[in-house]
Design a protein around this ligand. Structure first.
Ligand SMILES: Cc1cc2nc3c(=O)[nH]c(=O)nc-3n(C[C@H](O)[C@H](O)[C@H](O)COP(=O)(O)OP(=O)(O)OC[C@H]3O[C@@H](n4cnc5c(N)ncnc54)[C@H](O)[C@@H]3O)c2cc1C
Length: 423
């Protein structure tokens, strides 16, 4: 018999008025008022709302934290549906734990809870905004981890068949920022996938990595040292409009990442920047709490943790995915262009490097005082400096993509879901 845990996690999005605009429901704070906003507090209500909207011919937007969306003003025809359920339950047994979480929960609250309990698998994904339900859609990833590595299955409502179905990891077809859910985002289903995620089950490790000699002690001694890092930016040009980049100093006591933290739980560090911040080599292990704290600090340095007072975080995160190209195309790039092996003999390039090297700077806008600019901390995030519109952001995005295409012959693809209008 395993040990059971239950918790109600905070939701991914705030309580808003029924007539709220997308500007209040998205992290880039852009977008008009939808025809209808439906908040659902039970699975039955959620499924009914989706069914009703689809039977009327849509369009339907099931929204989580609105952190991967850019919408226009003319959204009268759109029905927005929100899942207001954040319950999580876990069963811990023989070193493994199966965690099942309702889709409306805040992703980062889930990470904090699992790190606090000493369950390994999600720590490197700390600080990513949004909901648990959207996490599998683009297979969120950061600092050497992708959520697909930890997902066992997803329970969904299939809008095509009208059935409740369980999709396992193989059926979800995870790839870099991609999944079967995301690939279904087209035609009549758009801007929501064919499958609406109801809850997600994660298989996590409940104990320090087995077979790593001395991992507990190593993690504790590293905790004593604290975490230090300098920089934290990808290889980008300095932004003239934004002043000098801050240097991160992350020292101090390593604290708990949530109530009930179990010291000693570790995970392997799979990313060079994270390893450097922890004073480790890639492949070494660190305490989950240290990983979470280091990731959050690095992300803050890039404006990648939401902060209402910081316009650099008024974005949809990275606006472009890292391009996947053939080996031949990759070979034509300058020798110092970052290249990473990817599935299917493809090579993954750094979108941030390509953008910077094509002459775009942090803080860059189309004109002085522009309402949409590249973030002052990270050239890959396009930000709303106040009053920006869909057109402002897309003008900048198209200009950046054209510069990269001209300079390197590489096509950039937008990462957020783009909803110019709902007609
Ligand atoms: C500051 C910042 C940093 C970011 N950093 C990262 C990062 O490091 N790595 C990364 O991968 N992403 C990152 N993102 C992007 C974003 O946070 C993720 O894609 C996140 O998973 C989106 O979740 P959401 O709930 O906000 O989705 P939304 O923006 O609300 O929706 C996005 C899409 O998912 C669909 N969707 C939402 N909920 C469901 C559901 N229950 N079932 C089916 N479909 C659903 C929507 O219909 C829509 O098509 C970042 C974004 C920001 C603003």
């Amino acid at each position: 018999m395993g040990v059971e845990h239950r918790i109600d996690l905070p939701l991914a999005s705030p309580t808003v008025r029924p007539d709220a605009a997308l500007a209040e429901l998205t992290t880039v704070r852009i977008g008009g008022r939808p025809g209808q906003l439906v908040d659902c507090f039970s699975e039955a209500d959620l499924v009914a709302a989706v069914r009703q909207t689809d039977s009327r011919g849509g369009p339907l937007l099931v929204i989580g934290g609105g952190s991967n969306l850019l919408a226009g003003e003319d959204l009268n025809a759109l029905t927005v549906v929100r899942d207001r359920r954040g319950g999580a339950r876990a069963e811990e047994r023989e070193g493994r734990v199966l965690v099942t979480v309702e889709a409306g929960a805040s992703w980062d609250a889930l990470v904090e809870w699992t790190v606090g309990r000493g369950w390994a698998g999600l720590a490197a994904l700390s600080g990513i905004p949004g909901s648990v339900g959207a996490a599998p859609v683009q297979n969120i990833g950061a600092y050497g981890a992708e959520v697909g590595q930890s997902i066992r299955s997803v329970r969904v409502f299939d809008r095509r068949s009208g059935a409740l179905v369980e999709l396992d990891a193989a059926a979800l077809g995870f790839a870099y920022r991609d999944s079967a859910l995301k690939r279904s985002l087209s035609g009549a289903a758009f801007p929501t996938p064919r499958w609406v995620v109801l809850d997600v089950s994660f298989a996590l490790a409940a104990h320090p990595h087995p077979g790593v000699p001395g991992s507990d002690q190593a993690a504790e001694s590293r905790s004593d040292r604290g975490v230090t890092a300098a920089g934290g930016h990808d290889q980008e040009a300095d932004g003239s409009a934004c002043g000098p980049a801050a240097v991160l100093e992350l020292g101090g006591t390593v604290g708990s990442a949530g109530s009930g933290s179990q010291s000693g739980a570790t995970a392997t560090v799979g990313h060079d920047q994270l390893a450097e911040a922890l004073g480790l080599a890639v492949g070494e292990t660190a305490a989950l709490t240290d990983i979470r704290r280091a990731v959050l600090a690095i992300r803050r340095g890039k404006g990648m943790v939401l902060d209402q007072s910081d316009h650099d975080t008024w974005s949809a995160g990275s606006f472009f995915t890292n391009p996947l190209v053939s080996e031949e195309i990759a070979a034509e790039l300058p020798p110092d262009a970052p290249r990473f092996a990817a599935a299917g003999d493809l090579v993954k390039l750094s979108a941030a490097w390509l953008i910077s090297r094509s002459g775009v700077e942090r803080g860059q806008g189309m004109r002085p005082g522009a309402r949409a600019t590249a973030s002052c901390k990270h050239v890959l995030a396009l930000t709303n400096r106040g009053g920006a519109t869909y057109a402002d952001v897309m003008e900048l995005a198209d200009w950046i993509a054209a510069r990269v295409a001209d300079r390197f012959g590489v096509r950039l693809t937008a990462e957020p879901v783009l909803i110019p209008a709902a007609v």
